[in-house]
Ligand binder design. Structure first.
Ligand code: CAA
Length: 287
């Protein structure tokens, strides 16, 4: 199937970046939908900032920047966003009930040939597929933060996803300039988060147990393992609430050994979520 128009649902940290790479590298027509004008405006402003970075480095010209922006159509109207889309990429908050609701709504509004993909980090693709009458056209399309720079997309096959759906989504991801890996079984955390999240949880446990300071933990992993950023910086960067949500899914769905460190729970209760609230393991208001 040829994909011409993509709808991205959610203009947040991931959604804005996915919409941008679809319009920038994939040259697709993209509708970007969110539930409030404030979220749309913030998403479009993040896209403009990112495009300006590419422009200042000479990766794109000013004309190209304007052409990319013209391919992105922000909207509050779900029907307008998906009614002529060939591929819908959902990037709304990690809440299973919310996601199932939007999958069911989109199923009723999108053309019958359209594929519905989720950027979920941990929620069952099979369960999201079951909220629709087209589970063979539902799959996972998991981008990494920041989507504009990270090369990988995990493609996840739900229990009923067809091979044709996987092939189409793989071609779209490649057109967006991404490398793909196939997750053959729908298991929470897929590949990357199954390995990353326990590592971040352990970094938080080292702080909780008073074994080392955040700066030293990050320094150790950056210099000892050559990670581009330390695990606690990465935790702040992704969001402590997001990491806690994924850890909880790994614990309940795979094995109790993935139990979250109490510090993560405490930080979420105190709204110390990282960059997005200004404070987490580090103070971002001063950076
Ligand atoms: N758009 C365009 N350009 C951007 C950008 C954006 N959104 N963000 C940063 N850049 C550019 C900067 O302008 C900078 O350009 P120059 O080198 O020309 O100055 C360059 O990218 C590097 O940026 P920084 O100097 O700010 O910082 P950095 O060197 O540390 O690189 C990074 C940033 C690529 C994010 C790097 O730190 C990194 O790879 N970090 C790890 C990210 C990671 O692990 N992501 C996965 C998270 S897990 C996940 O997403 C899955 C999940 O489900 C939880």
């Amino acid at each position: 199937m040829e994909v011409r128009k993509i709808a991205v649902l959610g203009a947040g940290l991931m959604g804005h970046g996915i919409a941008q790479v679809a319009a920038q590298f994939g040259k697709y027509q993209v509708s970007l939908r969110d539930i409030s004008q404030e979220f749309i405006d913030r998403g479009m402003s993040m896209i403009r900032n990112s495009l300006q970075k590419f422009q200042s480095k000479g990766v794109i010209s000013e004309t190209e920047m304007n052409e990319i922006l013209a391919r992105i159509h922000p909207t509050l109207d779900l029907n307008e966003a998906v009614s002529d889309a060939d591929l819908i990429i959902e990037a709304i908050p990690e809440n299973v009930e919310l996601k199932k609701k939007i999958f069911s709504e989109v199923d009723g509004l999108a053309p019958s040939h359209a594929i519905i993909a989720s950027n979920t980090s941990s929620i069952s693709i099979t369960e999201l597929g079951s909220a629709t009458k087209r589970p063979e056209k539902v799959c996972g399309m998991h981008f990494f933060n920041p989507p504009q720079l990270m090369k990988l997309v995990e493609i996840i096959k739900g229990a009923k996803t067809s091979d044709e759906t996987i092939e189409t989504v793989k071609q779209v991801a490649q057109k967006m300039g991404k490398e793909t890996v196939l997750v053959k079984k729908d298991c929470p955390g897929f590949i990357v988060n199954r390995i990353l999240i326990p590592a971040l949880n352990e970094a938080a446990a080292l702080v909780w147990e008073g074994i080392a300071d955040p700066e030293d933990i990050d320094k150790a992993i950056k210099l000892g393992l050559n990670w581009p950023m330390g695990p606690l910086t990465l935790l702040d960067y992704i969001g402590v609430d997001t990491i806690l949500a994924i850890t909880n899914v790994l614990e309940t769905e795979i094995d109790p050994k993935f139990k979250a460190c109490p510090l993560l729970k405490q930080m979420v209760r105190a709204r110390l979520l990282g960059r997005k609230t200004g404070k987490g393991f580090y103070d971002w208001t001063k950076k």
